[in-house]
Ligand binder design. Structure first.
Ligand code: NDP
Length: 451
C-alpha cells in the first residue's frame, strides 16, 4: 500500500482519538507515534484490524479519579486530585508508577499509561500497564506533610489495587520515602503484608537493584545499540539531564563503563563539569537530592563549575545524550544542536523526552535512537522481579538481579532489531519497540475475546 494511504489512515484514526480525548495533548502525541508504526503492520495482519485492537488499546480499561484532602503543617486544609489509570490487563496485573508533580493532568497520565502497556510487554514479564499520581508537589513540603498526603491518597487508592490487580511504583516525585508512607497506609487498611507496591525498602520486601534499574538499563541499552556499530560506552562523553533517581544511576553506570558524564540538571537549570561527575561527586549529588532535597546549583558552588540557569544541557558537546528528567525536554532545535556537535546516540531514561520534531531530526541523521519505551524499561522490569521475589518470599542477590536486568535489556534490544531492522541493516528502534510490544498484548486480547 502507498505511504500516503497509510498517512490518511493515521490521520483518520488520530481525528477520532483527538475528538474522544479532547485537550489531552501528551496522550495524542504518544498515540500518534505508535499509530504511525502500527497501522502499516496492522494492515498486513488483518486479524488485529478486525478485532479493533489498536482502538481498544487506546482506551483505558478503567480510570479512577478522586479527591485527596489533607492538612498541612499550618493546620490548613489542602485539596489535590488523585488518579489511577488502569490501561490494559491483557498480559498481567496493571503495573506502572505514580507521579506527584504540580503539572500532572489526566492526559499526562494517560500518555504514560499507554506507553507503559507496550513497555511492560517488551520486558517479557507478565505485567499489564497502568499509571497514576497527583498534582501534589512534594517540593518544599515537610516529611510530615508528605506522609499525611500519602496516607490520604492511599485511603482511596487501596480499594482499587492489590498484588494480583494493580501494583503501583514510583515515578517523578515518588521515591523511597513516598513508597514507604503509601505502603504503611495500605498495610494498615488491608491488614495484609503483600507486594502491592514496588520500589519498597530492602528490609520490607524491596528488591536489590530496583533503585538503580532504570538508569542502569538506559545505559545498558545504549551499550547494546553501540555494539551494533562495533563500539561501546568506553571513552564516550555523555550529557545527562535531571538529577533524580534515573539521572543518578545513569551517571553511575555510564561512569562504571568508562564514559564521562559532564552535565546534570533540575527544573532550575544545568551544571557543566568538563572533568566529569565521578563517584565522589555523584555521592554529593545523591545526598543533595535524596536527603537534603536541595537544588543542583549547589553542585556548581561546591565544585566551582558553571551553572546555566533556566537552560537544558543539550548545547554541550557530547557523544551520547541520556535524557533522564521529563517529557518533551529535547525540541527540534536542541536535537539539531546535539547532532551538529557530534552526538550519535540518544538513549531515553525519561518517558517521551524528545518531541516528534526532535525524533525526525534523529531519524534523518541516522543516529542510534533508543526510545524511552525500550531504553527505560529496566525500571519496570526489576519491579516485575520484585513482584516475583515477593510471591516467592525470597530475596535475590545484587548480582542475580543485575544479571537478569542485563539479559532483559539485551532481549528488548533483540526484539527491536527483530521487528525494526531496515533493508540496509540499520535499526528503526521506534518501529521495532512498538511492534514487538504490541504483538504480545494484541495476541492476548484476541485470545480473551471482546472485553
Ligand atoms: P525524580 O523525581 O527522581 O527526578 C526527576 C528529575 O527531573 C529531577 O531532577 C527534576 O528536577 C527533573 N524534572 C522533573 N520535571 C521537570 C520539568 N518539568 N522540567 C525540568 N526538569 C524536570 O524522577 P525519576 O528520576 O524517577 O524520573 C525521571 C524520568 O524517568 C521521568 O520521565 C519518569 O517518567 C522516567 N522513568 C522513571 C522510572 C523510575 O523507575 N523512576 C522508570 C521509567 C521511566 P526538579 O527536582 O527541579 O523537579
Amino acid at each position: 500500500m502507498a505511504n500516503n494511504a497509510y498517512d490518511q489512515m493515521v490521520n483518520d484514526f488520530m481525528a477520532k482519538i483527538i475528538a474522544k480525548n479532547q485537550g489531552e495533548v501528551e496522550f495524542h502525541q504518544a498515540v500518534l507515534e505508535v499509530a504511525e508504526t502500527l497501522i502499516p503492520f496492522i494492515e498486513e495482519n488483518p486479524k488485529y484490524k478486525a478485532a479493533k485492537i489498536l482502538e481498544r488499546i487506546a482506551e483505558p480499561e478503567r480510570v479512577i479519579l478522586f479527591r485527596v484532602a489533607w492538612v498541612d503543617d499550618k493546620g490548613e486544609v489542602q485539596i489535590n486530585k488523585g488518579y489511577r489509570i488502569e490501561m490494559n490487563s491483557a498480559i498481567g496485573p496493571y503495573k506502572g508508577g505514580l507521579r506527584f508533580h504540580p503539572t500532572v493532568t489526566l492526559g499526562m497520565l494517560k500518555f504514560l499509561a499507554f506507553e507503559q502497556v507496550l513497555k511492560n510487554s517488551l520486558t517479557t514479564l507478565p505485567m499489564g500497564g497502568g499509571k497514576g499520581g497527583s498534582d501534589f508537589d512534594p517540593k518544599g513540603k515537610s516529611d510530615n506533610e508528605v506522609m499525611r498526603f500519602c496516607q490520604s491518597f492511599m485511603t482511596e487508592l487501596f480499594r482499587h489495587i492489590g498484588p494480583n490487580t494493580d501494583v503501583p511504583a514510583g515515578d517523578i516525585g515518588v521515591g523511597g520515602r513516598e513508597i514507604g508512607f503509601l505502603f504503611g497506609q495500605y498495610k494498615r487498611l488491608r491488614n495484609e503484608f503483600t507486594g502491592v507496591l514496588t520500589g519498597k525498602g530492602r528490609e520490607w520486601g524491596g528488591s536489590l537493584i530496583r533503585p538503580e534499574a532504570t538508569g542502569y538499563g538506559e545505559v545498558y541499552f545504549a551499550e547494546e545499540m553501540l555494539k551494533t556499530r562495533g563500539d561501546s560506552m568506553k571513552g564516550k562523553i555523555c550529557t545527562v539531564s535531571g538529577s533524580g533517581n534515573v539521572a543518578q544511576y545513569a551517571t553511575q553506570k555510564a561512569t562504571m563503563l568508562g564514559a564521562k558524564v559532564v552535565t546534570l540538571s533540575d527544573s532550575g537549570g544545568f551544571i557543566y563539569d568538563p572533568d566529569g561527575i565521578d563517584a565522589d561527586k555523584l555521592a554529593f549529588v545523591m545526598h543533595l537530592k535524596n536527603v537534603k532535597r536541595g537544588r543542583i546549583t549547589e553542585y556548581a558552588e561546591k565544585y566551582g563549575v558553571e551553572y546555566f540557569p533556566g537552560l537544558r544541557p543539550w548545547g554541550i558537546k557530547c557523544d551520547v545524550a541520556l535524557p533522564s528528567a521529563t517529557q518533551n525536554e529535547i525540541n527540534e532545535e536542541e536535537a539539531k544542536t546535539l547532532i551538529a556537535n557530534g552526538c550519535f546516540v540518544v538513549s531515553e531514561g525519561a518517558n517521551m523526552p524528545s518531541t516528534p520534531e526532535a525524533i525526525a531530526v534523529y531519524q534523518d541523521a541516522e543516529i542510534l535512537y533508543g526510545l524511552g519505551k525500550a531504553a527505560n524499561a529496566g525500571g519496570v522490569a526489576v519491579s516485575g522481579l520484585e513482584m516475583s521475589q515477593n510471591s516467592l518470599r525470597l530475596s535475590w542477590t545484587r548480582e542475580e538481579v543485575d544479571g537478569r536486568l542485563q539479559v532483559i535489556m539485551k532481549d528488548i534490544h533483540a526484539a527491536c532489531v527483530k521487528y525494526g531492522k531496515r533493508d540496509d541493516g540499520s535499526v528503526d528502534y521506534i518501529k521495532g519497540a512498538n511492534i514487538a510490544g504490541f504483538v504480545k498484548v494484541a495476541d492476548a486480547m484476541l485470545a480473551q475475546g471482546v472485553v
